[in-house]
Design a protein around this ligand. Structure first.
Ligand SMILES: Cc1cc2nc3c(=O)[nH]c(=O)nc-3n(C[C@H](O)[C@H](O)[C@H](O)COP(=O)(O)OP(=O)(O)OC[C@H]3O[C@@H](n4cnc5c(N)ncnc54)[C@H](O)[C@@H]3O)c2cc1C
Length: 474
């Protein structure tokens, strides 16, 4: 198995990569963006869209797409983490308009891709949330559907599929049914990041690589040892927040890991399905997510991890155990792949706020705008964040700039809830994972008694409330 330096996606786009200069002298810009992932790139794109005269520079510690944006599972979702809670009680008609905006994220991204000529394998095949492996997932699916309808979604947005209906799209061992939503596309993550960078450079945005921002305060940054003056500082570092003093207590770093098979044959895919670029996952408390790549691999991600102190993971050479855990889960669903080699394994850092919801913040007095806390749902959310930060910086009064996830004229310290100090975070995380893993093992074992099944689920649900009912690891 290959251990790519960054990811399968980055290996596949090696030929598209250009090396960019690093900062070698003092600079003066209007907007200094920290991080060349989707959030930074989309923010620059929308700033240029509304104010082409702006002098914008992006400073990236490594290279474009080095972070989660060049490593993710390729799901471009038309939703954001915790949207139900954030929109609950929000006045109409804005609430309905914001829900439509979120569902429309894949289509809005596609419009830009077409406009900019970015080929990143965009396929809008929707997403299947499947009940599989054990029958309890059927009830969880129904509970989820009920909550989605209570939030205001319709059957056009989320539709229950019987096992037979699911089998017309995806065939898995022990599948009981699914919820299908059309609001998701799959993309090639690195092609999106590199494509956006190229289009920004055409518009005059300067992107500096190997240019770590070592410090920043109002109006001035230190980048690779050089001073940079900027009216606006826009940190877009998501999973790397742990290295940034101003963010580290609010945006926790966690990891997600994935494996990819060698390309499967036509007959293997005929057996599995997923012919339209659908994304799919299980409705278990622990996350598994997968899709069929453009070059016919099955990319499979599952479970997450947390390192004491929110420590960043730099090296994603997966251990045998890390690969085995994901491969075993994949084989539970697709036993016919037992002889298929795993070609790649990798992972990345992502960011979580204490509320398990993203935020988009603009502090005019401090000259800072930033966004993050997308959890494992950041491909679409970072697009929304880029658009929203541009509106906020340019003082555009729009639907997005008034959304409930927007924080205006407050510092991070005032706006976000602090994570508990260690060892509480680590203990909380470990307890939740232990309870989830125990529940999963009990439920996946057909010989487990009804009482044991019930108790394990009660324990998992109860203990997860320690963190948040929305807590998922993936
Ligand atoms: C394995 C994995 C799978 C995922 N799958 C999905 C998925 O399928 N769908 C989904 O919606 N979301 C998914 N996510 C989440 C999603 O990828 C991220 O939320 C999103 O890419 C975040 O983009 P970003 O630009 O905010 O951060 P990043 O892409 O992490 O970019 C941050 C950048 O900042 C740079 N940086 C950090 N510190 C500094 C500094 N001091 N100076 C200069 N540069 C700095 C980093 O090098 C990095 O390039 C996944 C994440 C992972 C890790």
């Amino acid at each position: 198995m290959l251990a790519p330096a960054v990811s399968l996606w980055m290996d596949q786009t090696e030929h598209l990569r250009v090396s960019r200069e690093s900062v070698r002298a003092p600079l003066d810009v209007d907007v200094a963006i920290i991080g060349a992932g989707y959030t930074g790139l989309w923010t620059a794109w929308y700033l240029k869209q509304h104010a082409p005269e702006l002098n914008i520079a992006i400073f990236e510690a490594q290279h474009v797409g080095y972070g989660a944006s060049g490593r993710n599972g390729g799901w471009l979702l038309g939703r954001i983490l915790g949207e139900e809670k954030m929109l609950a009680g929000w006045p109409e008609p804005e609430r309905g308009a914001l829900m439509a905006e979120l569902k429309g994220i894949p289509d809005s991204v596609e419009q830009v891709l077409v406009q900019e000529g970015i080929d990143c394998g965009y396929r809008k095949g929707g997403v299947l949330t499947c009940a599989a492996r054990y029958p309890e997932q059927q009830q969880w699916l129904l509970d989820e559907l009920k909550a989605l309808y209570a939030h205001g979604h319709s059957e056009e947005d989320y539709r229950l599929l019987s096992a037979h209906e699911l089998s017309q799209q995806l065939r898995m061992h022990q599948a009981y049914g699914a919820i299908y939503s059309p609001h998701c596309a799959t993309i090639h993550p690195a092609q999106l990041a590199l494509g956006l960078a190229t289009s920004l450079e055409r518009k005059g945005v300067r992107i500096y690589e190997d240019s770590r921002v070592q410090a920043w305060r109002k109006g001035v940054l230190t980048v690779a040892g050089h001073p940079v003056c900027a009216q606006w500082v826009v940190p877009c570092v998501e999973g790397y927040a742990t290295e940034t003093k101003a963010l580290r207590d609010y945006q926790l770093t966690v990891q997600s890991l994935q494996i990819a098979t060698e390309p499967l044959s036509v007959s293997q895919w005929d057996e599995i399905g997923l012919h339209n670029g659908q994304a799919a996952h299980e409705s278990s408390r622990q996350v598994t997510y997968f899709h069929r790549t453009r070059d016919d691999r099955l990319v499979f991600g599952a479970r997450g991890s947390y390192r004491f102190g929110g420590k960043l993971r730099e090296q994603f050479r997966l251990t045998e155990d890390e690969v085995k855990l994901r491969r075993d889960l994949m084989l539970d669903l697709f036993p016919q792949l037992a002889k298929t080699p795993i070609s790649h394994g990798w992972g990345g850092n992502l960011g979580m706020t204490r509320h398990f919801r993203p935020y988009m913040l603009c502090d005019e007095a401090g000259g800072v705008a930033c966004a993050g806390g997308y959890g494992g749902e950041g491909v679409g959310a970072s697009y929304l964040a880029g658009r929203t930060l541009a509106d906020l910086i340019l003082k555009r009064d729009t639907l997005l700039s008034r959304a409930p996830w927007v924080v205006r004229n407050q510092s991070l310290r005032k706006a976000l809830r602090r994570w508990e100090p260690e060892p509480l975070r680590w203990l909380g995380y470990s307890a939740v994972i232990a309870a989830f893993s125990y529940e999963d093992a009990v439920l996946a074992n057909p010989r487990s008694s009804a009482l044991r099944r019930k108790l394990s689920s009660k324990a998992a649900a109860g203990i997860s409330r320690l963190m948040s009912p929305e807590f998922k690891v993936g």
